[in-house]
Design a protein around this ligand. Sequence first.
Ligand code: GTP
Length: 310
Amino acid sequence: MNLSFLKLHRSLLLIFVVMQTSVLILTLSFGQYKGHSEVDWFDVAGEGGITAMTLVWIFFILLSRPKGRVTNLLFAGLAIMNLSMTLDFIDEFVSYSDEQAWLSTIESIPAPFGMILMTIALYHWHQEQMSINQQLRNRERFYREHQLSDAISGLASADYMKSQINRELNLLHHSQHGFSLLMLDIAQFDRFNRQFGDAEGDKLLQEFAQVITLNVREQDLVCRYASDCFIVMLPNTQLAIAEQLSSSIVGALEAFSFNSSDNTLTYKQKVHTSLVAATSADSTSGLLSKLHQGLLKNKHLHEYCHEQTA
Ligand SMILES: Nc1nc2c(ncn2[C@@H]2O[C@H](COP(=O)(O)OP(=O)(O)OP(=O)(O)O)[C@@H](O)[C@H]2O)c(=O)[nH]1
């Protein structure tokens, strides 16, 4: 269970602890214990259960929600309802003298106020959820309509990558931190397709996409740029760091063993790379063309080395 949201609500938790402690001090100092024989244990179980349940609701609300007005209202409503229930629960064990009988009388007063606050909170929660749903729908439509994701790999598409390169180039004019682009191309993918079929080729593309995604940082963006070619955008990354990241991604890809669907074949695939660091003088098309040229150079270099060692 992730408890990180609880840290956001320290002040609400403090209010709750102070409220509960005050109720306990007040009731226990003014009341007298009824005695074992006078306690109705069925009522204790019923009222104790309701009190415990409202505590659980408060816990889950604070655990799941960010700070804000809706959370405060939900908390206030539940905490006030819990106050009534706690007083009612303690009432099962203690009785009050005539002068302190007001403690028993007021126990049911907070509950309706708590319920009214909860109702207002739930209305605002509904409004909030409608707006989140609308945003999600818009984002999904945006992706679908603009074909911003690639159907085979599930990665961002080339169009989306181009729009993000544009955006980063605009930001580059206002920041000192440059970004880098890494192009990865599967070597001899055409031969792989011809040898094992297009379906296995699609599977290899999907698995390569997963390996790349697993080996990039949270801020990096991966796209399938064209058939067997991927681009990774490395924001805020100078060339020296990009080179280290590139070799760890390439290492992971070349160490990856592809298993054919019928499990009869394991295959390791080489990749070609190209890396550029963007400057404010670059354009999106200029950067992509530098990447292509770098890739061609590396392919020829690789073929040349291959011929020399053959
Ligand atoms: N399975 C599959 N193959 C694809 C897809 N898109 C393109 N291809 C194939 O990918 C291959 C790409 O061939 P090339 O561009 O020559 O690349 P390569 O064989 O890796 O050549 P080098 O990069 O020079 O080593 C072609 O056979 C395309 O038909 C796809 O979505 N799925």
